[in-house]
Write a protein that binds this ligand. Sequence first.
Ligand SMILES: O=C(O)CCC(=O)C(=O)O
Length: 251
Amino acid sequence: VSADFASVGWRIVRGVIPAGELAGLVALFESIVPERLPYPPRPDGVLWEEVGASRRVPALAALTRDPRLAALAADSIGARRLKLLQDTLLFKPRRKGAPVEWHQDHTYVGFLDPPRVLTLRLALVDEDEASGCMRAVDGSHAWGPIGGVRALTEARVDSLLPALSAAQTAALERATPLPLRAGDVSLHHCLTLHGSAANASERPRKTLILRYFDADCRLLPDRLPPGAADAFPLDGDGALAEALFPTVFGA
Ligand SMILES: O=C(O)CCC(=O)C(=O)O
């Protein structure tokens, strides 16, 4: 178990993917999320999140099982076996990249119990404060869940700001920026409060996001919105179905 992750709620691991492998991963990203496409703008800019591509792109599926990534995630929460919940390719175009509102992933994954769920992010190009890198509030995973659960089927992430106490709001001022070099990885707990600013830089931000959970987690069906149960089938042992939520570590 990572001590940093347990006490702070996030950790960074440098140089997980060596420079020689990055061009191939950038090309894979580009084949799924081409930079030239006119992604739909929101009032605050463009943020494209391509969700679930590993179910149709074998090279991406292989990456979700890459032991360099999956073992880091398992180690961070001390899981013996880990399953993949979801993969997302996040693209914040240069100059007009939109922010990600302050949130806990738990709002969208809180149907898994216990909350032994985490997110691994692999930077494919350098990301820093100018290009809207992620920011996290140290120790906020100990605050517990804020607000309700809305499950992964939500189209966009809402700000938790209105639900925060005065002390929690003040803590946002001290949020830690998580600048990454291409090939670096950050991991955060599903209860860690985080977000990211706009990308006003001349560089695009391209991040591969993998959400994993302890294979011992069980689904709480009453936390799914009506009609969502079909997207979360179970195997005979009560675990989320292997066909859609594959075991990526400790199989
Ligand atoms: O990378 C970002 O800017 C935000 C990512 C995020 O919110 C997440 O992975 O849960």
